[in-house]
Design a protein around this ligand. Structure first.
Ligand code: ARG
Length: 478
């Protein structure tokens, strides 16, 4: 009953609307419940988009003027007003009002306060639906370029360490069992090439984000003669969206970034896991600088590789953010739905997470001490060159399968005798095959094993030097 009574509208309500403060005041007679207002508001997180929101509005005002919807004087008043709002935001004096729901409304309301009634013309032919999409795309284009640079810094840090370790043998692993010798630079360069693909993904995502949605309005397209091509040029977009429904429903650009970020996080988690493992007493291949490690509150002797562990751990939230947005978008009917507002916190979280990682990784990598002596020793243990012995027999004409079986028997024999491959005398070896000659000893050293793998992409120091050159060229390319 009470509701009904309040619902009865007085005639001739002022155009600003009866429910003060809201963009939709005209239609509404009841105030928002505070819990609903808190629940639907996005200002707490979308305020990050203020610079993009103002840039979009500046360009939109210009487009309205070009279309004859604003006089030159009106356009100038709005442009001045927007500059004023920007100045307040830049100087930190802008008063954010959460009751005004989002950044779009906050900016528009302040504009109206600064330039009066004419400010109310800015939203002509535009909707927050195309507005938020343009804000996000502008934001992402920026972020993708910045994070691409951040990843390049990680690559450069890896390249510097690789340059020092082209001749540093270490065990290579499969199944986390010692497998064949590699050089440390080869291992480090693997990550450089992974990150190169990540940067390419960021670049590709940037190209697809580079499409202007503004002009789609709420869903059906703006009814005014807006020159969208000129608008795209003003905002620095390469193209114009060809379908208004798609333009306001599409969040692929968010997803592509989140997917690329998740894959990058996965790569960096593997690098972090390698370093964490190598820093154990059991491996002892690397030592973290004190500046990039922490101690224990109870065990005085501890030095923990927290930075690496957290890089490994943060891949979890990068995956989670991707799945959160994919799930929020799944099955949404066209066109805009409020569910889509849920894209922002995961997006910003992945941006912040990756930015933090690419800030800490380069100095952390630079400060590592590689225990190349321990790596070198480990590289020659556990029959690491058994494959090279089989390859030696292949060069003497034995089919590989037979060579494999024969070396397997030699390894078995050495294990039974508690000997290494090098411990076995030539006479002992010849008991297994008369193809084995005096030149065998030189064929199964760690250095010979490495040298043999001179194929493109192999671990021979000569090949790694070439890969290093290639990697440097790729990394330096924009
Ligand atoms: N805060 C909204 C978002 O992030 C902006 C678009 C709102 N549009 C609307 N009709 N409620 O998606």
């Amino acid at each position: 009953m009470k509701r009904r009574a309040r619902g009865r509208a007085p005639r001739g309500a002022p155009p600003a609307g009866r429910v003060a403060g809201k963009l939709w005041g005209g239609r509404f007679t009841e105030r928002a419940d505070p819990s609903a207002e808190r629940f639907t508001g996005s200002l707490a997180f979308d305020r990050r988009l203020w610079a993009q929101d103002i840039a979009g509005s500046v360009a939109w005002a210009k487009a309205l003027a070009r279309a004859g919807l604003l006089t030159a004087a009106e356009h100038d008043a709005i442009a001045r007003g927007l500059a004023g709002v920007r100045a307040e935001l830049e100087s930190g004096t802008f008063l954010f009002r959460p009751e005004l729901e989002d950044i779009h409304t906050n900016v528009e309301r302040r504009l109206q306060e600064l330039c009066g009634e004419v400010g109310g013309k800015l939203h002509t032919g535009r909707s927050r639906n195309d507005q938020v999409a343009v804000d996000e795309r502008l934001y992402l284009k920026d972020v993708l370029a910045r994070l691409g640079d951040g990843l390049r810094h990680v690559q450069e840090a890896l390249l510097a360490r690789a340059a020092e370790t082209v001749d540093a043998p270490m065990p290579g692993y499969t199944h986390l069992q010692r497998a064949q010798p590699v050089v440390l630079a080869h291992h480090l360069l693997a990550y450089v090439f992974m990150l190169q693909r990540d940067r390419e993904r960021f670049r590709d995502a940037g190209a697809r984000a580079d499409v202007l949605p503004l002009g789609a309005a709420a869903l059906a397209g703006t009814p005014f003669p807006i020159d969208r091509e000129a608008l795209a040029r003003d905002l620095g977009f390469a193209a114009v969206s060809p379908n208004s429904l798609d333009a306001v429903s599409d969040r692929d650009y968010v997803l592509e970034f989140l997917a690329a970020a998740a894959i990058t996080g996965m790569h960096l988690s593997r690098l972090a896991a390698d370093l964490t493992l190598w820093a154990t007493a059991e491996f002892g291949f690397v030592e973290f600088a004190d500046a990039f490690a922490t101690g224990s509150s109870i065990m005085p002797q501890k030095k923990n590789p927290d930075v690496a562990e957290l890089i490994r751990g943060k891949s979890g939230r990068l995956y989670g953010n991707l799945v959160a947005v994919l799930t929020a978008l799944k099955g949404l009917p066209l066109a805009y739905n409020s569910d889509m507002q849920e894209d922002k916190e995961p997006l910003f979280d992945s941006v912040d997470t990756l930015e933090a990682i690419v800030a800490v990784l380069p100095p952390m990598l630079a400060s590592l001490t590689f225990r190349v002596d321990r790596m070198r020793r480990a590289a020659g243990e556990d029959f690491a060159t058994a494959t090279d012995l089989a390859d030696y027999l292949v060069r003497k004409g034995l089919p590989f399968r037979q060579a494999h079986a024969l070396v397997g028997r030699i390894v078995r024999h050495a294990l039974d005798e508690s000997k290494t491959l090098e411990d076995l005398t030539l006479a002992e070896l010849r008991r297994f095959s008369p193809l084995i000659d005096g030149d065998v000893k030189d064929a199964i050293t760690v250095e010979a094993s490495l040298r043999a793998r001179a194929v493109t992409g192999g671990t021979a120091p000569a090949a790694v030097r070439r890969a290093l050159q290639l990697a440097r060229a790729l990394v330096a390319r924009a």
